[in-house]
Design a protein around this ligand. Structure first.
Ligand SMILES: N[C@@H](CCC(=O)N[C@@H](CS)C(=O)NCC(=O)O)C(=O)O
Length: 251
């Protein structure tokens, strides 16, 4: 049985000038009437979490309403390790969503679910080989770069293995640069605004948060002009803008 999820745009994040814009890929699908049976998705996330940022981009691209429940990952708060959150999500990570009363984590699985539940605009290119490449791009970020730079990994380096600040920064930037070097080589000859044409896909949904992290930790990105150029195009996309960490930064 399908559920009637609420398709009203996120009222606080979408700029007023975006309302009533019909869905084409660089705009956002906004269906403005609410229905009594509509449910609002609950997203457990942290404003600076790049895996959470992925889901915000996808939801904003599709104009899906969601309520954000902030789980503070700050090292002095560590709300994700609290008993209350552990009971909801034993993985003790963000993001997670609540579906049918259950809290479920893992951003890549959730992205697939979002796309299946709200198919337009698609998060994937039309061509099957491009779909394969877009998933491979996304997995390079989500499986090969991001997990190595997680706060819990950095804490083990620092607290158990004696790495100092310089060594930890080196670790952080080396993993990003290794992964980005492969992606830049594979995509440097592209001449479309986005990696797979005129519309963003799951590849940009993973790229943009990872570039945000890289900049936050002052990783040199000069060797990756194509990735940086694609990121710049995404910054002018209404869905990406509405999902930006600064929009969710606590006051
Ligand atoms: N594979 C997971 C990774 C989620 C993840 O590690 N999230 C980070 C924030 S971006 C987190 O919660 N880290 C907590 C920690 O490292 O203790 C996903 O894609 O959702």
């Amino acid at each position: 049985m399908g559920r009637a999820w609420n398709m009203v745009a996120h009222a606080t994040n979408i700029p007023q000038d975006a309302f009533n814009v019909f869905a084409i890929c660089n705009e956002i699908a906004l269906i403005t009437e609410n229905t009594e049976s509509a449910l609002v998705l609950k997203l457990y996330s942290y404003w600076r979490s790049s895996a959470s940022y992925r889901l915000r981009i996808a939801l904003e691209m599709k104009g899906v309403a969601y309520d954000t429940i902030s789980i503070d990952l700050h090292p002095e708060v560590k709300q994700h390790q609290s008993d209350a959150y552990r009971r909801l999500n034993p993985q003790m990570r963000v993001p997670a969503i609540e579906v049918d009363g259950e809290v479920i984590g893992q951003s890549m699985a959730i992205l697939e679910w979002i796309d299946e539940t709200w198919p337009e605009p698609s998060l994937f290119p039309d061509d099957p080989v491009d779909r394969l490449k877009a998933r491979a791009f996304a997995d390079t970020v989500a499986s090969d770069i991001h997990p190595l730079n997680n706060p819990s990994v950095l804490a083990i380096l620092r607290n158990q293995l004696g790495a100092d600040k310089a060594a930890t920064s080196r670790w952080y930037s080396d993993w990003i640069q290794l992964g980005f070097a492969a992606l830049e080589t594979q995509f440097k000859d592209g001449d479309t605004p986005y990696l797979f044409g005129d519309c963003p896909t799951i590849a940009e949904i993973c790229l943009v948060p990872q570039i945000y992290n890289a900049r936050r930790f002052e990783v040199d990105l000069t060797a990756f002009p194509r990735l940086v150029a694609v990121d710049a195009v995404c910054q002018s996309h209404v869905g990406f803008r509405a999902a930006a960490p600064e929009m969710f930064k606590p006051a």
